[in-house]
Design a protein around this ligand. Structure first.
Ligand code: TRP
Ligand code: SF4
Length: 329
């Protein structure tokens, strides 16, 4: 039996952090066994917000892909590629753009939210409004059956389904309607208790030096009611404890007890967490470093990914042209 297909992507706009590792990447790694996976660095999508200063996009492509590989995304099993290297994405974007009602895009909740969040980036552009149309093209180009995404991306998946349905109704059933595979949203927040976000800078990046990891963990917000070390703590309300849940589950029970009984202070508690994270990220960082040092290997992986992606993409575009009835070559 042919494996079902998955496509997912990340925008190379910055370093990946612990949330990506525990939310998305470990999920990608698992899905590789069951599905034929396409994993894409969405650099055109990155350009939509970074076009005024696009210099770092390509280095983030390499860095992010090195993190994927270091996490266990396997180029033998999965197709790892860069969106802008497969021109068919942009072709299918236009085929979808002709049938996407403006209202659908203007009403998309992520659009309004992003316009607010990226107020300093001048994203009141033609392309930015069409962000979900390119995402629909990314997915449909590989006839993906499913898309692993976080909850924040659900409106885009719904738009993809609507666009694909309309295409199928007008020109013939060629695309499956992709289903979201909801990624367990991160069970932990940013270091300051707010949502992890690039603009808040409140996260531990996968490439952070051990000294930075220790410093960042030491600066984490804890139980606000615990002023002195002799005050009993409320681990159930503490963000540090949530990190323990994820990164050191075997220690949570003992730790929570000691916290409630004021046997352990926050400084010590965070010190231990910092060491855990340093130890956990060490091997990841070593693998990541190796990929970034052997640029040739990384480029070969992306080149082979491009070829495999493009093979599928070309077939789909041929079908698209003939279903619409564009002139044959
Ligand atoms: N919009 C996604 C994000 O910001 C990235 C993305 C681009 C994507 N194309 C995709 C995700 C296709 C899933 C499928 O995270
Ligand atoms: Fe949070 Fe640990 Fe301090 Fe308890 S001891 S309040 S779990 S940081």
């Amino acid at each position: 039996m042919m494996k079902k297909r998955i496509l997912s992507g990340m925008r190379p706009t910055g370093p990946l952090h612990l949330g990506h590792l525990v939310g998305a990447l470990d999920n990608w790694v698992r899905l590789q066994e069951e599905y034929q996976c396409f994993f894409m660095a969405a650099d055109w999508h990155a350009l939509m917000s970074e076009y005024e200063d696009p210099r770092r996009i390509s280095s983030y492509v390499y860095e992010n892909v090195a993190d994927w590989l270091a996490s266990g995304v396997d180029p033998e099993k999965s197709v790892i590629f860069v969106q802008s290297q497969v021109a068919e994405h942009v072709e299918l974007l236009l085929a979808f753009a002709v049938l996407t009602p403006l209202g659908l895009l203007e009403r998309c909740p992520t659009y309004k939210e992003q316009m607010r969040e990226l107020a300093d980036r001048h994203v009141a552009t033609y392309a930015f409004l069409g962000y979900p149309v390119l995402q629909a093209a990314d997915i449909a180009l590989y006839k993906a059956h499913a898309v692993p995404v976080g909850e924040d991306q659900l409106p885009h998946l719904e738009l993809t389904r609507q666009i694909v349905r309309k295409f199928n109704n007008l020109y013939g059933e060629i695309f499956p309607e992709p289903k979201p595979l909801l990624t367990q949203m991160s069970r932990f927040l940013g270091l300051d208790g707010r949502k992890m976000s690039k603009s808040y800078g409140n996260f531990i990046a996968l490439c952070d030096e051990p000294s930075d990891i220790r410093k960042k963990v030491q600066g984490m917000f804890t139980d606000p009611q615990r002023v002195r070390k002799t005050d009993p703590g409320h681990p159930e309300q503490c963000n540090v404890r949530r990190y323990y849940d994820v990164f050191s589950p075997a220690d949570v029970a003992d730790l929570a007890k000691a916290c409630k009984e004021a046997q352990v202070g926050c400084t010590e508690c965070k010190k231990m967490l910092g060491e855990k994270l340093v130890a956990l990220l060490g091997p990841h960082q070593e693998r990541r470093r190796q990929y970034l040092q052997q640029k040739k290997t990384l480029c070969d992986i992306l080149e082979s990914g491009r070829q495999r992606a493009q093979e599928t993409a070309r077939k789909t575009m041929d079908e698209v042209r003939s279903s619409i009835g564009l002139v044959h070559r």
